[in-house]
Design a protein around this ligand. Structure first.
Ligand SMILES: O=C(O)CCC(=O)C(=O)O
Ligand SMILES: [Fe+2]
Length: 209
Protein backbone atom coordinates (compact mmCIF):
# COMPACT_ATOMS: atom_id res chain seq x y z
CA UNK A 1 0.00 0.00 0.00
CA UNK A 2 1.36 3.39 -1.03
CA UNK A 3 -0.18 6.58 0.35
CA UNK A 4 0.41 9.99 -1.17
CA UNK A 5 0.42 12.45 1.72
CA UNK A 6 1.05 15.53 -0.43
CA UNK A 7 2.25 15.95 -4.03
CA UNK A 8 5.68 14.25 -4.09
CA UNK A 9 5.37 13.00 -0.50
CA UNK A 10 4.73 9.28 -0.28
CA UNK A 11 4.36 6.88 2.66
CA UNK A 12 5.01 3.18 2.10
CA UNK A 13 4.21 1.28 5.32
CA UNK A 14 6.18 -1.87 6.06
CA UNK A 15 8.57 -1.51 3.15
CA UNK A 16 11.69 -2.95 4.81
CA UNK A 17 11.74 -6.62 5.78
CA UNK A 18 12.78 -7.58 9.30
CA UNK A 19 16.08 -8.85 7.87
CA UNK A 20 16.75 -5.54 6.15
CA UNK A 21 15.89 -3.69 9.34
CA UNK A 22 18.19 -5.94 11.35
CA UNK A 23 21.00 -5.31 8.88
CA UNK A 24 20.47 -1.54 9.11
CA UNK A 25 20.38 -1.64 12.91
CA UNK A 26 23.70 -3.51 12.95
CA UNK A 27 25.27 -1.06 10.52
CA UNK A 28 23.99 1.94 12.51
CA UNK A 29 25.39 0.46 15.74
CA UNK A 30 28.82 0.35 14.12
CA UNK A 31 28.56 3.86 12.65
CA UNK A 32 27.43 5.19 16.03
CA UNK A 33 30.82 4.30 17.49
CA UNK A 34 32.85 6.35 15.04
CA UNK A 35 35.01 7.65 13.47
CA UNK A 36 32.60 10.40 14.53
CA UNK A 37 30.51 9.05 17.41
CA UNK A 38 26.77 9.63 17.61
CA UNK A 39 25.98 12.73 19.63
CA UNK A 40 23.35 15.31 20.52
CA UNK A 41 23.74 18.14 18.02
CA UNK A 42 24.28 21.56 19.60
CA UNK A 43 22.39 24.39 17.92
CA UNK A 44 23.98 27.80 17.27
CA UNK A 45 22.12 29.49 20.12
CA UNK A 46 23.15 26.80 22.60
CA UNK A 47 20.14 24.52 22.46
CA UNK A 48 20.77 20.81 22.31
CA UNK A 49 18.75 18.50 20.09
CA UNK A 50 17.05 15.66 21.97
CA UNK A 51 17.80 13.15 19.22
CA UNK A 52 21.28 11.75 18.77
CA UNK A 53 22.72 11.89 15.27
CA UNK A 54 25.55 10.36 13.27
CA UNK A 55 26.19 11.14 9.61
CA UNK A 56 27.69 9.34 6.63
CA UNK A 57 29.35 10.87 3.59
CA UNK A 58 28.94 14.43 4.77
CA UNK A 59 28.63 15.67 8.34
CA UNK A 60 25.63 17.88 9.03
CA UNK A 61 25.82 20.50 11.67
CA UNK A 62 23.39 23.38 11.83
CA UNK A 63 23.27 24.66 9.17
CA UNK A 64 25.83 23.23 6.77
CA UNK A 65 27.56 20.07 5.53
CA UNK A 66 31.28 19.48 5.91
CA UNK A 67 33.47 16.40 5.47
CA UNK A 68 34.92 16.74 8.96
CA UNK A 69 32.92 16.90 12.17
CA UNK A 70 34.36 20.12 13.57
CA UNK A 71 31.69 20.23 16.28
CA UNK A 72 32.45 16.69 17.51
CA UNK A 73 36.00 15.35 17.21
CA UNK A 74 37.26 16.89 13.99
CA UNK A 75 37.40 13.56 12.18
CA UNK A 76 36.09 12.81 8.72
CA UNK A 77 32.75 11.01 8.77
CA UNK A 78 32.44 7.43 7.55
CA UNK A 79 31.90 6.91 3.83
CA UNK A 80 28.42 6.65 2.41
CA UNK A 81 28.33 3.02 1.26
CA UNK A 82 27.25 1.97 -2.22
CA UNK A 83 24.71 -0.52 -0.81
CA UNK A 84 22.89 2.31 0.95
CA UNK A 85 22.67 4.20 -2.34
CA UNK A 86 21.20 1.05 -3.92
CA UNK A 87 18.61 0.89 -1.14
CA UNK A 88 17.78 4.57 -1.75
CA UNK A 89 17.27 3.94 -5.47
CA UNK A 90 14.99 0.98 -4.73
CA UNK A 91 13.07 3.11 -2.24
CA UNK A 92 12.52 5.89 -4.73
CA UNK A 93 11.42 3.45 -7.40
CA UNK A 94 8.91 1.93 -4.97
CA UNK A 95 7.54 5.30 -3.87
CA UNK A 96 7.27 6.96 -7.28
CA UNK A 97 6.82 3.87 -9.48
CA UNK A 98 9.45 4.95 -11.98
CA UNK A 99 13.12 4.14 -12.57
CA UNK A 100 15.53 5.97 -10.33
CA UNK A 101 19.00 4.94 -11.47
CA UNK A 102 20.04 8.61 -11.59
CA UNK A 103 19.35 9.09 -7.86
CA UNK A 104 22.71 9.35 -6.10
CA UNK A 105 22.37 10.16 -2.40
CA UNK A 106 25.74 11.10 -0.88
CA UNK A 107 24.81 11.64 2.74
CA UNK A 108 22.76 9.91 5.41
CA UNK A 109 21.65 11.46 8.67
CA UNK A 110 20.97 8.75 11.20
CA UNK A 111 18.85 9.86 14.13
CA UNK A 112 18.21 7.88 17.30
CA UNK A 113 15.19 8.81 19.41
CA UNK A 114 14.91 7.51 22.95
CA UNK A 115 11.57 7.70 24.79
CA UNK A 116 11.78 11.46 25.35
CA UNK A 117 13.24 12.62 22.04
CA UNK A 118 11.39 14.55 19.37
CA UNK A 119 12.14 16.91 16.51
CA UNK A 120 10.56 20.31 15.93
CA UNK A 121 9.11 21.43 12.62
CA UNK A 122 11.89 22.25 10.14
CA UNK A 123 12.81 22.13 6.48
CA UNK A 124 15.69 20.04 5.15
CA UNK A 125 17.24 22.88 3.22
CA UNK A 126 20.99 22.77 3.72
CA UNK A 127 21.28 20.61 0.59
CA UNK A 128 22.11 22.38 -2.68
CA UNK A 129 19.89 19.97 -4.57
CA UNK A 130 16.17 19.44 -4.90
CA UNK A 131 16.53 15.65 -5.22
CA UNK A 132 14.11 13.71 -2.98
CA UNK A 133 14.81 12.73 0.62
CA UNK A 134 14.38 9.02 1.39
CA UNK A 135 13.43 8.32 5.02
CA UNK A 136 13.56 4.89 6.65
CA UNK A 137 12.24 4.17 10.13
CA UNK A 138 13.06 1.30 12.47
CA UNK A 139 11.95 0.55 16.03
CA UNK A 140 9.29 2.43 17.95
CA UNK A 141 6.44 4.03 16.01
CA UNK A 142 6.42 7.83 15.92
CA UNK A 143 4.05 10.59 15.04
CA UNK A 144 5.45 12.26 11.92
CA UNK A 145 3.99 15.63 11.02
CA UNK A 146 4.28 16.55 7.37
CA UNK A 147 3.39 20.13 6.56
CA UNK A 148 3.68 22.68 3.81
CA UNK A 149 6.52 24.68 2.28
CA UNK A 150 5.34 28.05 3.62
CA UNK A 151 4.96 27.84 7.38
CA UNK A 152 5.72 25.61 10.37
CA UNK A 153 2.00 25.40 11.08
CA UNK A 154 -1.12 24.15 9.37
CA UNK A 155 -1.98 22.73 6.99
CA UNK A 156 -0.16 19.54 7.89
CA UNK A 157 -0.87 15.83 7.87
CA UNK A 158 -0.06 13.59 10.81
CA UNK A 159 1.24 10.16 9.87
CA UNK A 160 2.39 7.31 12.07
CA UNK A 161 5.75 5.97 10.95
CA UNK A 162 6.28 2.43 12.17
CA UNK A 163 9.21 0.06 11.94
CA UNK A 164 10.08 -0.70 8.33
CA UNK A 165 8.17 2.25 6.90
CA UNK A 166 9.49 4.26 3.98
CA UNK A 167 8.67 7.91 3.49
CA UNK A 168 9.89 9.87 0.48
CA UNK A 169 9.53 13.60 -0.02
CA UNK A 170 10.52 15.23 -3.25
CA UNK A 171 9.12 17.39 -6.02
CA UNK A 172 6.74 20.06 -4.71
CA UNK A 173 7.12 18.62 -1.19
CA UNK A 174 10.91 18.55 -1.06
CA UNK A 175 11.16 21.67 1.08
CA UNK A 176 8.04 21.13 3.18
CA UNK A 177 8.26 21.60 6.95
CA UNK A 178 8.13 18.36 8.92
CA UNK A 179 8.86 17.10 12.40
CA UNK A 180 8.46 14.34 14.95
CA UNK A 181 6.28 15.53 17.85
CA UNK A 182 6.20 12.15 19.60
CA UNK A 183 7.60 8.64 19.77
CA UNK A 184 5.48 5.82 21.23
CA UNK A 185 7.77 3.81 23.53
CA UNK A 186 7.51 0.05 23.51
CA UNK A 187 5.90 -0.21 20.07
CA UNK A 188 8.90 -1.59 18.16
CA UNK A 189 9.60 -5.23 17.40
CA UNK A 190 12.76 -6.39 19.23
CA UNK A 191 13.40 -8.77 16.31
CA UNK A 192 14.94 -5.81 14.48
CA UNK A 193 17.71 -5.82 17.06
CA UNK A 194 16.54 -2.52 18.50
CA UNK A 195 15.21 -3.24 21.99
CA UNK A 196 13.88 0.28 22.49
CA UNK A 197 13.81 3.67 20.84
CA UNK A 198 13.49 4.70 17.23
CA UNK A 199 16.02 4.89 14.43
CA UNK A 200 15.49 7.06 11.38
CA UNK A 201 17.79 7.29 8.39
CA UNK A 202 17.38 10.02 5.80
CA UNK A 203 19.27 9.64 2.54
CA UNK A 204 19.89 12.90 0.74
CA UNK A 205 21.75 14.47 -2.15
CA UNK A 206 23.88 17.33 -0.82
CA UNK A 207 24.72 18.81 -4.21
CA UNK A 208 28.21 19.42 -2.85
CA UNK A 209 31.50 18.14 -4.24
O1 LIG B 1 12.96 11.13 12.29
C1 LIG B 1 12.32 11.43 11.28
O2 LIG B 1 11.41 10.73 10.84
C2 LIG B 1 12.64 12.73 10.56
C3 LIG B 1 14.05 13.16 10.72
C4 LIG B 1 14.29 14.48 10.07
O3 LIG B 1 13.40 15.19 9.71
C5 LIG B 1 15.67 14.94 9.83
O4 LIG B 1 16.63 14.25 10.19
O5 LIG B 1 15.83 16.02 9.24
FE1 LIG C 1 14.12 16.71 8.36
Amino acid sequence: MIREIAPGAVHVPGWLTIDEQRHLVQACRAWATGPVPIRHTVLPRGGVMSVRTVCLGWHWQPYKYTRHAHDVNGRQVADFPEWLGDLGRRALEEAYGRPSEAYAPDTALINFYDGQAKMGMHQDKDEKSDAPVVSLSIGDTCLFRFGNTETRGRPYTDVQLASGDLFVFGGPSRFAYHGVPKVYPGTGDPATGLASGRLNLTLRVTGLA
